[in-house]
Write a protein that binds this ligand. Structure first.
Ligand SMILES: NC(=O)c1ccc[n+]([C@@H]2O[C@H](COP(=O)([O-])OP(=O)(O)OC[C@H]3O[C@@H](n4cnc5c(N)ncnc54)[C@H](OP(=O)(O)O)[C@@H]3O)[C@@H](O)[C@H]2O)c1
Length: 312
């Protein structure tokens, strides 16, 4: 049995939970870190606040690989995400661990040519996109300066078992199963890359295992881009009842955003649903070999099963 320690920061979240399950299925010893202490079964649970130097240091102590999948509240990214990530870098460096960062695609911005690759210029002008540019930059600088080995894995919006806090989470599966109208942002007809959480976790663990991943950015493989309309059709097919959908436009988001700080944040990213938002992950497969993606129909079925189980 491998007794090397793999640490997942943000283990009670969508990405972190999937990472814990993937690592445990490979027989690893896993420390699952969050402030609240929630984690999938089989991990060693540690409550720690990784936004502090002490918390991040304790969380990473003894690790061979640290997966950074912790994130502050969506409304607090600009203030809190970079300092948290700097403490995570410090903690992983002190442990001599490799650091894998679960990144997204916000840094490329609304003008990005589609499909987006790792070479797409990072031109986001909004505060969350700019925060992502700074974080990935700080992580890759830490690698280049020899402080810590870093690999950055980028995915689009995810869905899957355990994935509640995402556009295709509670707002789609939760609402559809409760018979409520699903509110979809932007357009139902724009192709969009969605990453399935278990596949995402598998790809992130590949980055953790493979030395060729070090010092670079990787888009994580996903099934083919899909429109909101087709995605909701799949949900209907699996649940056996039609899903009612309404589109929330940028104008409506702005109006609702006057009263809701969370919705206000979404106006920065609604462009991702108004037109194509597609990730090209061919570099990953060129480097690490073929990656079997779960097809959307199967992935949607597994996600529905999880949401049903959660509703009891
Ligand atoms: N949502 C998406 O569709 C998506 C897509 C691509 C990439 N990503 C990126 O993937 C990363 C993880 O996102 P996610 O959606 O999986 O996260 P999430 O579901 O929101 O979970 C966040 C996790 O971080 C923990 N956390 C927050 N503050 C912490 C702190 N100070 N110390 C320790 N743990 C803390 C939370 O637990 P406690 O609150 O108990 O501490 C929770 O376990 C983020 O960088 C995100 O932007 C997300």
């Amino acid at each position: 049995m491998d007794r090397e320690l793999h640490v997942v920061l943000g283990a009670s979240g969508g990405t972190g939970g999937a990472l814990v399950r993937e690592l445990i299925s490979r027989g690893h010893r896993v420390r699952a870190v969050s402030r609240g202490g929630g984690a999938p079964e089989g991990a060693e649970v540690m409550k720690a606040d990784v936004s502090t130097p002490e918390g991040a240091g304790a969380a990473s102590a003894g690790a061979v690989v640290v997966y950074h999948a912790a994130q502050p509240a969506y409304t607090k990214w600009a203030e809190e995400f970079l300092p948290m990530t700097e403490n995570v870098i410090r903690g992983a460096a002190a442990a001599g661990a490799k650091l894998v960062f679960a990144d997204n695609l916000y840094m490329y911005g609304p003008q990005a040519t589609q499909p987006m690759t790792e070479e797409t210029p990072q031109k986001a002008g909004g505060k969350k996109g700019k925060t992502r540019i700074l974080m990935a930059g700080r992580l890759l600088d830490a690698h280049r300066s020899g402080r810590v080995r870093v690999a950055v894995g980028r995915s689009s919006d995810y869905y899957g078992p355990g994935g509640t806090g995402t556009i295709a989470g509670e707002t789609v599966f939760g609402a559809a199963l409760a018979g409520k109208t699903v509110r979809w942002p932007g357009s139902l007809d724009a192709p969009h890359t969605f990453n399935f959480l278990p596949d995402m976790a598998r790809a992130l663990v590949t980055l953790g295992e493979r030395a060729e991943a070090d010092g670079e950015v990787w888009h994580l493989p996903a099934a083919e881009p899909i429109t909101g309309r087709r995605f909701l059709d799949l949900v209907s097919e699996v649940t056996g009842r039609p899903v009612r959908a309404s589109v929330t436009s940028r104008t409506a988001l702005r109006a609702i955003g006057l009263f809701s700080p969370f919705i206000r944040e979404l106006t920065e990213t609604v462009y991702q649903f108004e037109g194509p938002f597609v990730s090209d992950a061919s570099k990953f497969e060129r480097t690490f070999g073929p990656f079997e993606q779960t097809p959307h129909p199967e992935a949607v079925a597994r996600t529905v099963t999880w949401f049903r189980g959660r509703r009891g």
